[in-house]
Design a protein around this ligand. Structure first.
Ligand code: IMP
Length: 195
């Protein structure tokens, strides 16, 4: 089985991706690879941040790897929090504070349309390949559910009346931005001769 490093310290994302991939690939986390760094996300686009994560780890290890960056974009706030989603309420990257700030910013707005967008940068033997997935939905009036992470308690995907935090991993993956981007990544990898 081919080994791929997933350049993240977010255990929730690792679990989502392992649930999606089953036994097809061996996904190694940064901690499992013995890498204990917090990779910066300094850029204004998801693409550049995803690339920075993948390239940083490839340069360190020489092992093929992928990084991803995700943003929650709302219509009423002209795309905010977008690429700033992780630090919307401050550098502490506090999920509850970010979610509360989003609800405050949307108070009184009738348009609650939003979408999650994920970009994955795969660095395969030194060459980059990009994949993208999006999930359209609505921001709920109050948080609901205790599963998942981040903005999950307030995000209701299109064609559902439940938030991501009310769904188990398999169900969230059917709708989710990251699930869609990962499907493309897997399809690409399965078409590579070495995989
Ligand atoms: P990053 O990709 O780790 O920088 O994530 C940006 C922000 O979006 C973080 O605050 C995450 O908690 C949040 N986020 C990323 N993916 C998801 C998701 O699938 N559900 C809810 N929040 C998410």
């Amino acid at each position: 089985m081919q080994k791929l490093i997933f350049a993240t310290n977010n255990q929730h994302k690792v679990e989502e991706i392992r649930a999606l991939l089953g036994k097809r690939f061996q996904i190694v986390t940064l901690a499992e690879a013995g890498i204990h760094i917090d990779i910066p996300e300094p850029y204004d686009t998801l693409e550049q941040n995803a690339r920075e994560k993948a390239m940083t780890i490839y340069r360190l290890t020489g092992i093929s790897c992928f990084g991803e960056d995700t943003g929650l974009e709302t219509m009423a706030l002209n795309g905010d929090p977008g690429v700033k989603s992780a630090r919307y309420a401050g550098d502490e990257r506090d999920f509850a504070a970010n979610t509360q700030k989003l609800l405050n910013m949307l108070e009184g707005k009738t348009n609650r349309s939003a979408r999650f967008r994920t970009v994955i940068s795969l660095c395969l033997n030194g060459t980059e390949h990009l994949f993208e997935g999006a999930c359209e939905g609505q921001i709920a009036d109050i948080p609901r559910g205790d599963k998942g992470f981040g903005y999950d308690p307030v995000f209701i995907p299109l064609n559902s009346n439940r938030t991501f935090a009310e769904m188990d991993l398999a169900e969230k993956n059917q709708y989710s931005h990251r699930g869609k981007a990962m499907e493309q990544l897997v399809r690409f990898l399965l078409n590579q001769q070495n995989y």
